[in-house]
Write a protein that binds this ligand. Structure first.
Ligand code: ADP
Length: 384
């Protein structure tokens, strides 16, 4: 009988982007025997506390090559990386996970929708609307949601269009228009897949959004949905990552509509805000799982050990200067509360500065305590 073996000592992981996701990946690396190097243009980026940093732009091919030389596999903390640059790395023999092809499909929201449709994965109806193409929009019909094909994130580049005037700013760039979904709940599933095809999926979670900034606000794990709804989300999320031939961890976001139908909203080719709770609440964190997947290690168990509620610490509106945390004493001695700060040197309104996860004996208890803390913990700036 042959016993599978893993490469040891350390595999070297290169990450394009050194933000909070890379920081949490790098924090998970040593116990897996992995070393991390990140490429980021900002000196002392958040991940640099746990990783070697190369200072440079994400699409600087020379710096990317330097990252690749320091790494056995290159992965991502952000989506705004040129797929062309990653492809050039792949062609020079570098292992990139997720691949340039996967990234190219996901980066373009229209291509992403076409991919879902081609694989019979449920998603809202849509149409391409090129810049200035009013007839395409009229043919599809209003109301709808217009999305910039590229460079949108955290709700930027997404607009609910209820009349033609609403569409004017979006018509400046290539877009897609999709049906406005009557959303009952927003759900998400994290799925990890390794190059060998091994799959591990986390439980379905539900997300509430901060209407002021359209940024994920409160995540509750597990989602309170009927079992068949959860089963459909799990099935579609796994099929999605398999159809992509994705390697790494992926966040699959869903809408549950008023009729109980499950629709895929979008795919993230990396650890996701809706999976931060896994650090405290699951047997393997999404960050460790991603590293395992890209390094070719066996995947870890995804069991939810305790229900959890997690929320972002966003800069207060108008905040500027160095970040100052208020209300930490409320979290200090509370059991089951984990405050994560991302080590960013300056704060701005709605910038993601950290997150908090509360685990509890029940989901209600975790939610209740998270909501109480949400009202107390604030990130302001020393200049405002
Ligand atoms: P981003 O990539 O910036 O996160 P999303 O495509 O996820 O953008 O859209 C942001 C938010 O806008 C969603 O979480 C949801 O609340 C709302 N939204 C997006 N698409 C639709 C839709 N088709 N119908 C209704 N609401 C939508």
């Amino acid at each position: 009988m042959s016993i599978p073996s893993s490469r040891f000592p350390a595999q070297r992981i290169g990450i394009v982007g050194g933000g909070q996701l890379a920081r949490m990946m790098a924090d998970a690396a040593p116990s897996l025997g992995l070393d991390v190097t990140v490429l980021d243009p900002t000196p002392e980026c958040p991940a640099s506390a746990f990783a070697t940093q190369i200072v440079g732009d994400f699409d600087d091919l020379e710096k990317l090559s330097a990252l690749a030389r320091a790494s056995d596999v290159v992965t991502l903390d952000i989506e705004a990386v040129s797929a062309g640059c990653l492809e050039a790395l792949e062609q020079s023999g570098v292992r990139v996970a997720p691949s340039a092809k996967v990234l190219a499909t996901i980066q373009d929201k229209l291509e992403q929708k076409r991919f879902l449709q081609a694989h019979d994965l449920p998603t809202s109806d849509f149409v391409a609307v090129d810049a200035g193409d009013v007839p395409a929009l009229q043919g599809f019909g209003i109301p709808c949601v217009m999305k910039a094909r590229r460079h949108g994130y955290d709700g930027r580049g997404v607009k609910v269009v209820r009349n033609e005037d609403d569409a004017v700013p979006m018509l400046a760039v290539p877009c897609l228009a999709e049906r406005l979904v009557d959303i009952d709940k927003e759900l998400a599933v994290m799925v990890a897949r390794s190059a060998s095809g091994e799959i591990a999926a986390y439980p379905v979670v539900e997300a509430e959004f901060d209407a002021r900034a359209n940024i994920l606000d409160l995540i509750r794990a597990p989602a309170v949905v009927p079992a068949p709804v959860a089963a459909r989300c799990m099935e579609f999320a796994i099929r999605c990552v398999e159809a992509l031939d994705g390697v790494g961890i992926f966040g699959i976001e869903f809408f549950l509509d008023g009729n109980g139908a499950v629709l895929i909203n979008e795919i993230s080719p990396r650890p996701h805000n809706s999976g931060h709770y896994t650090i405290e609440a699951c047997a393997t964190s999404q960050f460790a799982q991603h590293l395992r997947a890209v390094a070719g290690l066996p995947l870890g168990p995804t069991t939810l050990v305790q229900p959890a509620a997690s929320f972002n610490l966003l800069g207060e509106p108008g905040a500027s200067g160095r970040p100052v945390m208020q209300g930490l004493e409320a979290a200090g001695d509370a059991p089951g509360v984990a405050v994560h700060l991302y080590g960013k040197h300056s704060v701005k309104g709605f910038r993601k500065m950290g997150h908090v996860t509360v685990i509890g004996a029940t989901l209600d208890e975790a939610t209740h305590r998270a909501n109480a803390l949400r009202g107390v913990l604030k990130v302001v700036g020393d200049k405002a």
